[in-house]
Write a protein that binds this ligand. Sequence first.
Ligand SMILES: Cc1cc2nc3c(=O)[nH]c(=O)nc-3n(C[C@H](O)[C@H](O)[C@H](O)COP(=O)(O)O)c2cc1C
Length: 353
Amino acid sequence: MINVDDFEDAARARLDPGAYGYYAGGAGDEHTLRANVAAFARWELRPRVLVDVSEVTTATTVFGQEVELPLLIAPTAFHRLAHPDGELATARAAAAAGTIMCLSTLSSVSPAELAAAAPGAPQWFQLYCSRDRGFTENLVAGVAEAGFRALVVTVDVPVAGRRERDLRTAFALPEDLPTPNLPSTLARQDFRAALSSIVDATLTWRDLEWLRSISPLPLLVKGVLTAEDALLAAEHGAAGIVVSNHGGRQLDGVPASLDVLQEVAEAVGERVEVLVDGGVRRGTDVLKALALGACAALAGRAILWGLAVGGEEGVTRVLALFRDEIASGLMLLGCARPEDVTSAHVRLAASSV
Ligand SMILES: Cc1cc2nc3c(=O)[nH]c(=O)nc-3n(C[C@H](O)[C@H](O)[C@H](O)COP(=O)(O)O)c2cc1C
């Protein structure tokens, strides 16, 4: 297996078809799912030559935290569907690679259990704010106590997207999949409806201030796709924004996240840090994200494919692939470090202007 697509092929062969469809699928006609990947091909790189790149580094900082590569692990649900070690395996691989894993609310382990799997490693927690505010408050307190470095509130799920692959395979969660970060157990078959009844659809910008008041951690808002919402996030005290369409799993028909990254980054300027996810499969994808204004990108499915193929070792291999591709991509682009990549290093392909 020499690239992420190879890992996906191997994962597809290993996974139960329902679980594969759950991981791979998007909402509706999957226009946005495909657009995320296609967008990277539309942006071309503009390399500069005769730059001294003999000492290249992929290391950078995100919210003041040093990471070994500008690629973080996006929060994805239910890692135990891919491998029995689930989130714990992913956390160990992230720690060994020197990057940050963001734990999903929909995980089989609590924040404290994840922290114990990789002591001292920087970890973030993704929050689905529950209607049971007391439950959310306790959960968020546990996140800080466990030593997590940031809270990422996902704002693009007032209702779970309708993913037709799950309906076709009649995908149901296994009986023995714990969900300790939810106030009630999820129905196994129609967990989409169950999740929608847990997540608080009344959430507004004012609640961001409430979240900030109950947590000492920097707050990131994940699921922003417009300059308007990016500015509101900044005004309401977000430290960071994740430009994301949830990997094409929520509202089908929204743009590829890469295509709105520049709009968001320009709107907020230096006020908040901007990250992006959706469709990242190559080191050069990460470089394009940096060029368009992100301080780092996140990968969701690429990591799940590694986990399905080989547990901790599989995730380690996928992260090593990204690191090597980012390092050689930087050198070929004429950049010695991620911060050297600027908007002058990309342009839209002539055929798509
Ligand atoms: C199987 C799966 C589960 C996901 N679960 C969550 C989740 O629990 N919380 C969340 O904020 N985002 C979730 N996401 C979205 C990811 O955080 C991320 O936005 C997306 O995977 C990026 O696209 P990519 O998979 O093409 O890298 C999930 C994505 C996938 C594929």
